[in-house]
Design a protein around this ligand. Structure first.
Ligand code: DC
Length: 523
């Protein structure tokens, strides 16, 4: 993973903290150029003597600090961690880092380090040159004024004094050298997420970058098959294509899957699609009817017949405003146990679901869907329709149930979530209510036709605190990064409500090891 950015943007300290938090290895590549510069100064080798500099490479070594971070510098066999940060090294390192043959000779060294296990690598050219295929590229930026102020505060200088002005001037000069050099100049890679940290404190930046790393890690298996940013719409593509899990999951929640459905007719004309959504939106009904109550009762009864069900935190279900119920998905039972008691807690408001249109053709079940808060989505255009309809539901201040993973997990543990949900939450400002369903996969695992009521097991539904994704996304975060941060936050909060076995790829996004106290009831 690549973390680039200008001098004093906080790469090293942020990178080290993120690596510690997530148990990654960390390398600040600036140390490499500093090591060579310190050696060259000692040996009297000029900064443009490329063969001389290259001959020094075997004489430095970076060692781990005990937490997997390569922060200790060893020159000629002795610890020189502090010697590479002197003013003399500061003054000469840019000239050394400018030498093309030296940079080329160091490439292999850096790449080998990155290959030997998950690593966060900080520098200037990591995303552009050293690791062009990195799973994640972040470009950490901040204005000269902001970066200078951090240094000025660190050193306790008067912000309006001469020394402070010198700090600003020095930063401008270093930026110019780093950006202006012909070989591996400082710039954000095309596919990097640019994070501007102006106005953010250290912890906020660490949390933000950690979220991006977790999101990239979660996407890894898929990335290997389809390319890292496969989930991101390409320019010109409708962003609604991101909402696949909204429609797909709702359809699956009704006990169906894409693979066993009938072939779908060609997509209708655009105008027709629009009118369909509008048509549905016009008829959106938000009250709990007799039928809705009855279905909830039946679901509770069915769930209790199959397992002991324990619900925690029902008092956290918001009584007003737009709400997205975000549930993990490990079993066909999730819609039943996740919806039935929450539906009661909502009192007069009903839960809205999105389901594929074919469901409505089923006898009885189709009628129940049509009158019970399930909205038909044409699967030939499911993603676009689902997104628009979901937006409409939330804009009206209603409650929408979503499985962010889009499909049941084959292992019962959280799998990567698509970012359609985060986008929906960011756009509509709806509250997100994280819900963790524990143990449903043991009663009715994916791949089995029928549930297993014996031996009798316990399903624990934990309801977390509702929150706004805008509260976890720092201002002025770029769109792609914002979605990744919001997705990780939502999934991290679901993971917190799950036993460790089920936290899966979001285990490291958990903020506290155990879910906090909540009222609980075995029902
Ligand atoms: O991040 P820093 O200040 O420790 O970096 C020291 C110097 O090394 C700085 O002049 C930029 C240069 N550098 C580089 O050219 N490429 C890197 N990947 C890392 C640092």
């Amino acid at each position: 993973m690549a973390l680039d950015g200008p001098a004093s943007s906080g790469k090293s300290s942020v990178g080290a903290a993120v690596a510690e938090r997530l148990g990654l290895r960390f390398l600040d590549t600036g140390l490499i150029y500093r090591s060579l510069t310190a050696l060259a100064l000692k040996a009297g080798i000029a900064s443009d003597d490329q063969p001389g500099l290259i001959a020094l490479i075997p004489r430095f070594e970076l060692r781990e600090d005990g937490a997997g971070r390569l922060t200790r510098v060893v020159l000629d066999g002795t610890d020189a961690t502090h010697e590479v940060r002197t003013h003399e090294v500061d003054a000469n390192v840019s000239a050394v880092a400018r030498q093309p043959d030296v940079r080329a000779a160091l490439l292999d060294y850096q790449r080998r380090l990155a290959e030997s296990g998950a690593m966060l690598m900080a520098g200037r050219d990591i995303g552009t040159v050293v690791l062009p295929h990195a799973d994640l590229k972040v470009y950490l930026d901040a204005s000269v004024e902001e970066r200078a102020m951090r240094r000025i505060r660190e050193r306790g200088l008067d912000p309006s004094g001469e020394e402070a002005e010198a700090v600003r001037e020095q930063l401008r000069a270093r930026d110019a050298v780093d950006r202006g050099r012909t070989v591996a100049p400082l710039r954000a890679a095309e596919d990097a997420m640019v994070v501007s940290t102006d106005g953010m404190d250290f912890d906020q930046v660490v949390t933000l970058i950690s979220s991006l790393v977790v999101a990239a890690e979660a996407a890894k298996p898929k990335a290997e098959a389809t390319g890292m940013n496969a989930a991101e719409p390409r320019p010109g593509e409708d962003e609604a294509a991101q909402a696949a899990p909204v429609a797909g999951a709702a359809a699956r929640a009704q006990g169906t899957s894409r693979s066993n459905s009938r072939p779908v007719a060609a997509a209708p004309a655009k105008r027709e699609k629009r009118s369909h959504i509008l048509d549905v939106a016009m008829r959106l009904d938000n009250g709990q009817t007799m039928l809705v109550r009855m279905v909830a009762r039946l679901s509770q009864w069915a769930a209790r017949a199959l397992a002991t069900v324990q619900i925690e935190g029902l008092e956290r279900v918001p009584r007003t405003g737009a709400v997205i119920l975000a549930l993990n998905h490990a079993s066909n039972l999730d819609a039943i146990v996740g919806g039935a008691w929450v539906s009661d807690a909502l009192r007069t408001r009903r839960i809205h679901w999105l389901g594929k249109r074919e469901l409505f053709a089923w006898p009885i079940f189709g009628w129940i869907c049509a009158h019970g808060g399930v909205h038909p989505v044409d699967r030939s255009t499911a993603d676009v329709e689902a997104y628009r309809l979901a937006t409409k539901i939330l804009e009206r201040g209603y409650v929408l149930l979503v499985f962010p993973e889009g499909t049941r997990s084959p292992t019962g543990a959280l799998q990567e979530a698509k970012d359609g949900l985060a986008q929906l939450a960011l756009r509509t400002g709806a509250q997100v209510l994280p819900i963790g369903i524990n143990g449903s996969d043991l009663v009715w695992p994916k791949g089995r036709k029928l549930p297993r009521p014996f031996p009798r097991r316990r399903i624990v539904v934990r309801i977390g605190e509702p929150f706004l994704v805008s509260d976890v996304v720092p201002p002025s975060t770029d769109r792609r990064a914002a979605k990744a941060v919001a997705t990780t936050a939502i999934m991290g909060r679901i993971a917190e409500l799950l036993e460790p076995r089920q936290r899966g790829v979001y285990a490291s996004a958990v903020r506290v090891p155990e879910p906090d106290e909540a009222t609980s009831a075995v029902v």
